[in-house]
Design a protein around this ligand. Structure first.
Ligand SMILES: [Zn+2]
Length: 292
């Protein structure tokens, strides 16, 4: 499943061809994504201009000149392809994306000549039109916690959200109400950077009085660093691929713990070996030596 850095690199890849351009034609080849598209989907987008492309957690939000916002989620296997002279798949994916035409469900033909195709073999992705003034009440967005790269997210806020929580740090960080957009991969990576055990109680991020502990500060720094590094890596891979063949496929990730069971820890000076355990049904990778 694409995580926040992947969605942000998709946004950065789509913004230059979407922002300021008009949707000349919207082709819905298959409207039964995670939820069926409304019947008037194409009609409400066609002839409108995209005035901005933003992101909230793992949702892309395209502002339309009509006052609607086109909300898009990649689900498990969704991706966008941009045909604009050459072909580019914006994004930074851990798994290779499908290019089978049978899975091309929605095509946007833009006034600048770009053709943007949404491909999604498993159809867990979604697109939805929401009036801009009702965005705050939108059920998909309403319960989301703070943006991990936003200004409001800091140690004090994270400590408050985790105060008194008996769950593990792994479970707390995976909870979209605590912090939005983090998935299994970056929760594992952030905990390793912060040198905190995924099994540690979430409540230890706060003192008794509710102030942030040193752990909370380390964890916020770890989360920001791991996301920023991943976004930066995605951006650079996009540029490199454009220079060579105009297409972007799989990006070589350089994880420190994720999917590295049995390999040696990458913390300088640590002699630990990465272990895999299962927490709330998902694999957790961590170093039992330097993560305490
Ligand atoms: Zn280690």
């Amino acid at each position: 499943m694409p995580e926040l850095p992947e969605v942000e690199t998709v946004r950065r890849g789509l913004a230059p061809v979407m922002e300021g351009a008009r949707f000349d034609r919207v082709e819905v080849r298959r409207g039964d994504l995670r939820w069926p598209l409304p019947k008037d989907f194409a009609r409400r987008i066609e002839a409108r201009t995209c005035t901005g492309l933003g992101r909230r957690a793992k949702y892309l939000l395209a502002d339309l000149s009509s006052g609607d916002v086109l909300l898009m989620h990649l689900g498990m296997s969704g991706s966008f392809r941009v045909l604009n002279g050459g072909e580019v798949t914006p994004g930074n994916y851990h798994h290779e994306r499908s290019k089978l035409a049978a899975h091309d469900h929605i095509v946007f033909r833009m006034s600048n000549g770009a053709v943007i195709t949404f491909n999604d073999p498993r159809r867990f992705g979604c697109m939805k039109l929401v009036a801009r003034e009702r965005l705050e009440d939108e059920p998909l967005l309403r319960a989301l916690g703070p943006e991990p790269l936003g200004n409001a997210f800091d140690a004090a806020m994270l400590a408050r959200a985790c105060m008194g929580k008996k769950t593990s740090l792994k479970a707390a960080l995976s909870d979209q109400r605590v912090v939005a957009g983090l998935g299994n991969i970056y929760v594992c990576e952030a905990l390793h950077r912060a040198r905190l055990s995924p099994k540690r109680r979430a409540s230890t991020l706060a003192t008794r009085a509710g102030a942030p502990s040193d752990h909370a500060t380390r964890l916020v720094d770890g989360i920001r660093a791991v996301l920023n590094d991943a976004i930066k890596a995605g951006g650079s891979s996009l540029r490199d691929h454009r220079q060579t063949d105009g297409a972007l496929g799989m990006f070589q990730h350089n994880f420190r713990v994720y999917d590295r069971e049995g390999e040696s820890c990458r913390t300088p000076g640590c002699k630990g070996t990465i272990r895999r355990i299962v927490q709330t049904g998902r694999s957790t990778f961590f170093c039992p030596v330097c993560q305490t």
